[in-house]
Design a protein around this ligand. Sequence first.
Ligand code: HPA
Ligand code: ZN
Length: 326
Amino acid sequence: TQQEALIRALPKVELHLHIEGTLEPEMMFELARRNGVKLPYDSVEAVRKAYDFSNLQSFLDLYYAGAGVLITEQDFYDLTWAYLKRCQADNVVHTEIFFDPQTHTERGIAFETVLAGIRRALDDGRAQLRISSRLIMSFLRHLSEEDGFRTLEMARPHLDRIDGVGLDSSEVGHPPSKFARLFAECKALGLPRVAHAGEEGPPEYVWEALDLLDVCRIDHGVRALEDGKLVERLAETRMPLTVCPFSNVKLRVFDKLSDHTLRVLLQKGLCATVNSDDPAYFGGYVQDNYLGCARELGLSGGEILQLVKNGFEASWLEEGERGWWM
Ligand code: HPA
Ligand code: ZN
């Protein structure tokens, strides 16, 4: 269709992607073999079959277990490089990715190993593939704020190679207010802030992310639609929402893609963007998310263009960094 051709032709950005969530089952087996790690699955097919989630937590359990095959700097490089090659194939010209250091430092992997591998791939991606990027260090909200502070201390010597901070993992019961002091410290260090809010959690968590963490984007945010005052605030300030449609369906926030409220967000004047979250687990990369939404929601060419433009608007790209496409 024309919409499909438009989606493929447009240069796109991605703003909500967990690099650990790009670990395809094939690479999981390859790294397990390389590192002598034992997997609880006997085939790639068995892994894919296990990806039948009932909510966020049921996904996170597998996602953290899968990350256990990542050991060396080269593993983190290979993971990130494979993702960047996929960006190139899908006409993604800029990407802002999350990494979860605590998932790895908890297993005894050095912070420096994780950062060095991801960073080297991003640098090569810029030089060799012309893909610009940002790296966002995300704190795990099911852990304590104190653990977050310890992670920030590990990051401190490397802040020239970290572009911002985020907040992810199990949302309900771990409101943004739990991390108010940590985010204030990050703000004092000059780090831009984002937070997952309103994925499974209530609109109150989105208010807290705005007012207590002073974020410049909300990750997911789909539950904001339950609160009219919040929608007004988000629209007036053009606060971006990094929406992840395939993720929302796989984690049962919506029953099916045709039920997704992406179009409603646009109609209310919100700066909604399309992203993939954890593409290896949720059945597609960012372009697949656009294609799926265009098909199932009947997006017009104008709506597709608006979503793509919103991505550039919401990105941390600077004037001098812009390519031929803007
Ligand atoms: N939500 C919370 N934590 C996460 C997600 C998500 O969508 N993906 C990876 N960690
Ligand atoms: Zn996410």
